[in-house]
Design a binder for this molecule. Structure first.
Ligand SMILES: [Fe+2]
Length: 319
């Protein structure tokens, strides 16, 4: 789905061997309106001994196959956004070093990669392996970013509350916004001149700014379209009213884990002139782990995959 052909997309696609029935029509290599949004990769350096036992690594192969699927798309998505929990449990440097070559394949293909941290990450080792995360952050010391999605912007927040002892230690499960980041997003909301979405690892209901729910700051802009988060490892598109009896509705969606537990998959966002549509690409379900050889697979798992796959969540640019 290409809303409009861009010069950049045309140039990249000019050499592609792509022909229509009407003759030679070069297809763009990249679709600037297409973004992959994924979460909770939980990549692990295998067998590191932790307080929860040796680190399992079956999820690494699932992310590798997810990257295979993304690289097989034609046209390619312009960008990939990862909503945290890049590391399995404790933010080990080794976890990020295992993740690096997997994401590097996307970057080598010309796809932008934007990472945000989750509660299982630690900033210092994450930044040491992915320095661009910090370099592009508008808030010093945090891993935030502004991602141009084509017809709208995505403000990507860092909601990690970090244990200062860093890698190898657990963090609080819940999320929060520090003061500097709160001021930045409040300012960005005030200055917005086109539609925008906001995303983070944790859901917006956990976040506050100046003793008020962050959501009230976001809803102060007519350009705010909705919230995308991970953390819960499930596809869940929903809404809530803002004020009882009034028509303003807040749209929000939780996206699956790429391969650790729960709903397993990723999402594809297409941005158009009047809306952004997120589609769930769900390949599996398992909890707490995939079945082992010789175990029977619960029938309900396949029912959940069938129920969730290809579900969409539409964010309208006009409220
Ligand atoms: Fe997670």
């Amino acid at each position: 789905m290409i809303d409009k052909q861009t010069r950049r997309g045309f140039i990249f696609g000019a050499g592609a061997a792509c022909f229509s029935a009407a003759g030679c029509a070069p297809q763009a290599k990249f679709d600037d309106s297409k973004t992959i949004i994924m979460s909770d990769t939980h990549i692990a350096k295998a067998k590191i001994q932790t307080q929860w036992g040796p680190q399992p690594d079956y999820q690494n192969a699932v992310l590798r196959s997810t990257v295979d699927k993304i690289l097989a798309m034609r046209p390619l998505p312009r960008r990939v956004v990862v909503l945290g929990d890049v590391s399995l449990w404790f933010g080990y440097l080794g976890d990020y070093e295992v993740a690096f070559p997997i994401f590097e394949r996307l970057k080598a293909a010309g796809i932008e990669v934007h990472l945000a941290p989750g509660n299982h990450d630690h900033r210092a080792p994450m930044i040491s392996v992915f320095p661009e995360c910090a370099e592009r952050s508008p808030v010093k010391g945090r891993i935030a970013s502004v991602v141009d999605l084509g017809s709208c912007d995505l403000f990507l927040l860092d909601t990690l509350i970090e244990n200062p002892e860093e890698e190898g230690k657990g963090n609080p499960t819940n999320g929060a916004l520090d003061e500097d980041q709160g001021k930045w997003i409040a300012d960005a909301v005030k200055k917005a001149t086109r539609p925008f979405l906001v995303a983070s690892h944790h859901q917006v209901g956990e976040l506050r700014f100046e003793d008020k729910p962050l959501l009230s700051t976001l809803l102060s802009s007519k350009y705010y379209c909705g919230y995308i988060h991970g953390h819960e490892h499930r596809w869940s598109a929903s809404w809530r009213h803002v004020t009882k009896g009034e028509r303003t509705i807040h749209r929000k969606v939780c996206i699956p884990s790429t391969g650790w537990w729960g709903d397993i998959g990723f999402t594809v966002m297409h941005t158009m002139s009047d809306s952004a549509v997120l589609t769930n690409v769900q390949s599996d379900f398992y909890y707490p782990t995939p079945v082992k050889e010789g175990e029977s697979r619960p029938a309900l798992w396949d029912c959940i995959v069938k129920d969730n796959n290809a579900r969409t969540c539409t964010f309208s640019y006009s409220s």
